[in-house]
Design a protein around this ligand. Structure first.
Ligand SMILES: [Zn+2]
Length: 214
């Protein structure tokens, strides 16, 4: 999907309440056409007369719309940047960019809310595209009741249980299973639970060309 400012603001508010106890002040969110990042937090460090940093201000959160990413990845990117925002706004001193404080917050959010945040900015498109390892993926393409198409890359031990869950889910109209070695699918987590990643049907189709139906 391609996010809009309105969408990102709505998600920001929702995650602020859910993951940060509404501690974060409103922030200016802007879209970017950058190739080099998916999300980035910018701010200005204010120093005292001794040159010591005293506070941070002029926060801007940028999200690139250059690539069509699954919604869950855009959300994870937004939350990742929100952790940076929390640390910078509070003026906390972390041990590095993704140091002890960052990791602790990230791990807590992942565990509590079932997110897949990473510290490696693995959601940067160049990194996703750079993952060329050939692996066999079992995946399911679902037509959703709202008209969207979604993909689920599935742990092989969970095919049956996920198949069953989709069959029973009113939000899933149909499912088709494939085996594919296209490295493009490396970017998706191997799901052990029935999780769907909505994706542009055309993009998905182009990566299903060499896939085998199962
Ligand atoms: Zn980061």
């Amino acid at each position: 999907m391609t996010p809009t400012v309105g969408y990102l603001e709505e998600r920001f508010n929702a995650f602020n309440e859910m993951c940060f106890g509404s501690a974060l002040p409103r922030i200016s969110i802007r879209l970017s056409n950058a190739r080099s990042f998916v999300g980035r937090l910018q701010y200005r460090r204010v120093r005292n007369w001794r040159g010591r940093p005293v506070r941070n201000e002029d926060f801007v959160l940028r999200i690139s719309t250059r690539f069509d990413l699954p919604e869950a990845e855009i959300e994870d990117t937004l939350i990742h940047e929100m952790i940076h925002y929390y640390i910078a706004w509070k003026g906390l001193r972390d041990s590095s960019t993704h140091g002890r404080i960052f990791r602790a917050m990230m791990q807590e959010i992942n565990a509590k809310y079932g997110r897949h945040l990473t510290i490696s900015h693995k959601s940067a498109p160049e990194e996703l595209d750079a993952d060329k390892r050939i692996r066999a993926h079992c995946l399911c393409v679902c037509k959703l009741a709202d008209g969207r198409t979604a993909v689920t890359v599935c742990a092989t031990t969970r095919i049956r249980s996920i198949q069953r869950a989709f069959r029973l889910a009113p939000s899933v109209l149909s499912q088709q299973w494939y085996v594919s070695t296209d490295p493009w699918f490396n970017r998706f987590p191997r799901c052990r639970t029935p999780k769907v990643f909505p994706i542009e049907a055309d993009i998905l189709l182009s990566h299903l060309e060499g896939a085998e139906k199962i």
